[in-house]
Write a protein that binds this ligand. Structure first.
Ligand code: NDP
Ligand code: 2IT
Length: 451
């Protein structure tokens, strides 16, 4: 609590009381409130009108049963969630996560972060998040389809292109979006293209959406490096994870001349001093859906695999670290190792991958640090571009879409930097992102009355 302005402490205490045990949500709220002391000092009306309290409370939370039948004929039950966090700026927007660790606290932290992230894009999207504790690992294509259909049988009544627009996240990519879209269409008897994003190109998807989160984080980090008078060229880069965000981060870093020497999954990490072979990684992860150890078996000399029990990816010396797997994957210990090994910049591809101790360590060591709600906003921004294309029944070229993405990332970078300057903390992208995102949402809410 010490790092929180004393005027905000009662608000935080109430959030703790109301959301006891939801650790990730409390962590995310804590971080934002740490940044807001300087805002309420300048603009007391945010306090007088209880805007912070209102923003910390989701507008609506939906929790539901998902029954489905597995390949053996056994009935399975999962729990589904959709937290519609804030609609001040547009329809609720945010991904669906399928992972056994999913619970209401995780979905709420993600929805809270999403609200500010979406505001930072400057596009008309509110914040939401959803998912299930369903574990897709080892499930057949038929099981995935039946699960997605059952989920949508309940969720459809809460969605709509003007109401709530889900997309992918961990465990949810084009395949799952397709199954959910098909079921939504059957239940509503309308081809409502803009109700989900991350669709295949064949039925209203956007070019560059698959690549957008990883590319966007890479553009953001490049902008930070440029403020230091340098670039990706020749830099050693470590990217955790090997899913959608990690793969397209690696692709763009390589295009900018960086050398990605390590990536991971939950079983461990691989180091490849020759640089990750992206075609091989895509084949293993996107096509065959295998574990990361397969990379080393197929790549041969120069690459090695270290299981999770024997160390973490942050042990690998690098210039730039881009955590792109999951929340709290980079602890104070990992940060200390990276700093000792000379890291100069960190860009969060995942949502809240760095613990508060890690963020503090990076900032105290003068490492440029890009928080997820700014650095990984390229994915949802391109989702909003997909909604635009759907609304106008249009389809843009890859180049046109990527150009929009690059400009949005540059604008987010500059907004965070100038906001940090304005509030007396130059170079603090965490403060800049939290304040700029908060102010956009709070101003819109204020104009809409007591909502
Ligand atoms: P994917 O499912 O494609 O990939 C997730 C990767 O992270 C896998 O390599 C997975 O390993 C690893 N991972 C997931 N959970 C854990 C865990 N508990 N411990 C260790 N490793 C884990 O997901 P995405 O790439 O889409 O998402 C990655 C991160 O980026 C998430 O934090 C997500 O919220 C965030 N994000 C995603 C966006 C998107 O557009 N997809 C947009 C913005 C942020 P394994 O297969 O072994 O589980
Ligand atoms: O965390 C995120 O920003 C996402 N998973 C993407 C959300 C979206 O609606 O594209």
């Amino acid at each position: 609590m010490n790092s929180i302005d004393e005027k905000l402490r009662p608000i935080l205490a109430e959030v703790h009381r109301r959301n006891a045990g939801e650790d990730e949500f409390l962590q995310a709220v804590h971080e934002v409130l740490e940044s807001l002391g300087r805002v309420v000092a300048k603009h007391p009306h945010y306090l007088e009108k209880a805007l912070i309290e209102r923003i910390c409370e989701p507008e609506r939370q939906i929790i539901f049963r998902i029954p489905w039948v597995d390949d053996k004929g056994q009935v399975q039950i999962n729990r589904g969630f959709r937290v519609q966090f804030n609609s001040a700026l547009g329809p609720y927007k945010g991904g669906m996560r399928f992972h056994p660790s999913v619970n209401v606290g995780i979905i709420k932290f993600l929805g809270f972060e999403q609200t500010f992230k979406n505001a930072l894009t400057g596009l008309p999207i509110g914040g939401g998040k959803g998912g299930s504790d369903f574990d897709p690992k080892g499930r057949s294509d038929g099981e995935i389809m039946r699960f997605c259909q059952s989920l949508m049988t309940e969720l459809h009544r809460h969605l709509g292109e003007q109401t709530d627009v889900p997309a992918g996240d961990i465990g949810v990519s084009g395949r799952e979006i397709g199954y959910m879209f098909g079921q939504y269409k059957r239940l509503n008897n309308r081809f409502e293209a803009g109700v989900l994003t991350g669709k295949a190109l064949a039925f209203g998807g956007s070019r560059a959406r698959t690549e957008a989160t990883g590319y966007g984080n890479t553009y953001f980090v490049r902008a930070m490096l440029q403020t230091m008078g340098t670039d990706f060229d020749g830099k050693k880069v470590v990217v955790s994870g090997s899913g959608n965000v990690a793969i397209y981060t690696i692709e763009k870093v390589q295009a900018f001349g960086g050398k990605v020497i390590a990536c991971s999954d939950s079983s461990g990490y691989v180091v490849d001093e020759n640089g990750i072979d992206l075609d091989l990684l895509k084949e293993i992860k996107e096509v065959r859906r295998e574990r990361i150890g397969e990379y080393v078996k197929r790549r041969g000399e120069g690459a090695h695999f270290i299981p999770t029990s024997k160390g973490e990816i942050w042990d690998v010396p690098c210039d730039v670290a881009m955590p792109s797997a999951t929340q709290n994957e980079l602890s104070g210990k990992g940060a200390a190792t990276l700093i000792r090994n000379g890291v100069i910049a960190v860009g969060e591809g995942a949502n809240m991958p760095s613990t508060p101790e890690a963020i503090k360590a990076f900032q105290e060591a003068g490492v440029k640090f890009a928080p997820g709600k700014a650095a990984n906003a390229g994915g949802v921004a391109t989702s909003a571009l997909e909604m635009q294309q759907n609304a106008s029944r249009d389809s843009w070229s890859f180049e046109q879409t990527e150009e929009r993405l690059a400009k949005i990332m540059r604008d987010i970078h500059d907004t965070c930097a100038t906001t940090a300057d304005e509030y007396g903390a130059p170079g603090d992208y965490v403060l800049g992102a939290n304040i700029a995102g908060f102010v956009r949402v709070a101003e819109a809410m204020d104009m809409q009355g007591v909502i």
